[in-house]
Design a binder for this molecule. Structure first.
Ligand code: GLN
Length: 199
């Protein structure tokens, strides 16, 4: 299976290791021609503002827009890049709008408020998955075509709310946390088998 990992900035090497643990040896994507033969792509965690700029200067962003059939899995900053709209985003920050969600960057608070949670995921067998959230985006709105695969209960200033943290819309999958920072490859496996696979 030919999978690409966007390697402009962020924790792309962790995604590479996770895919390798599943027997998939991905292509690092840094230029438009790297997109040619791939059947699926991962957007890593990192800094969405920086990745956005580099997508522009490398022209990978423009080329990606000509490949709307390509399945993409975005984690954290990668999820932000897939979103329809970014509350609190920078004016010059782009997103592809492939997932009909509205996200708030750093919505769980700053680095110091990073946390872990055990998640039950729709379509993934137990046990729960350990999810690591680092300056993660909060998904504030979800469109009708989006399936919420997991949520967390989070206390925002004394009010408990259920926040979607894994979402799928057709060939696009996003998680607000970093599965690539654990040794649990089930979400990557899901992407390969159930998002890229059936095509
Ligand atoms: N806060 C980062 C951003 O807005 C995302 C953090 C991450 O990917 N861990 O891009």
């Amino acid at each position: 299976m030919h999978i690409g990992v966007l390697a402009l900035q962020g924790d792309f090497l962790e995604h590479v290791k996770m895919l390798e643990s599943l027997g998939v040896y991905p292509k690092l994507v840094t230029s438009p021609r790297d997109l040619d033969s791939i059947e699926g792509l991962i957007f890593p965690g990192g800094e969405s503002t920086t990745i956005s700029k580099l997508l522009d200067s490398s022209q990978v962003g423009e080329s990606l827009k000509t490949r709307p059939e390509l399945p993409i899995f975005g984690t954290c900053a990668g999820l932000i890049l897939l979103a329809r709209s970014i509350t609190d985003g920078r004016a010059d920050q782009m997103s592809f709008g492939y997932l009909d969600i509205e996200v708030r960057r750093n919505g769980f608070g700053r680095q110091i408020r990073s946390f872990e949670s055990d998640l039950d995921l729709l379509g993934i067998s137990p046990p729960p998955m350990k999810a690591v959230f680092i300056r993660a985006p909060v998904i504030e709105k979800v469109g009708a075509e989006v399936t919420v695969m997991a949520s967390v209960q989070y206390n925002f200033d004394g009010v408990d709310e259920s926040v979607p943290v894994v979402v799928r819309q057709g060939r696009y999958l996003g998680s607000a946390f970093h599965p690539e920072l654990t040794s649990d490859a089930r979400l990557h496996e899901y992407f390969l088998q159930s998002v890229v696979g059936p095509r």
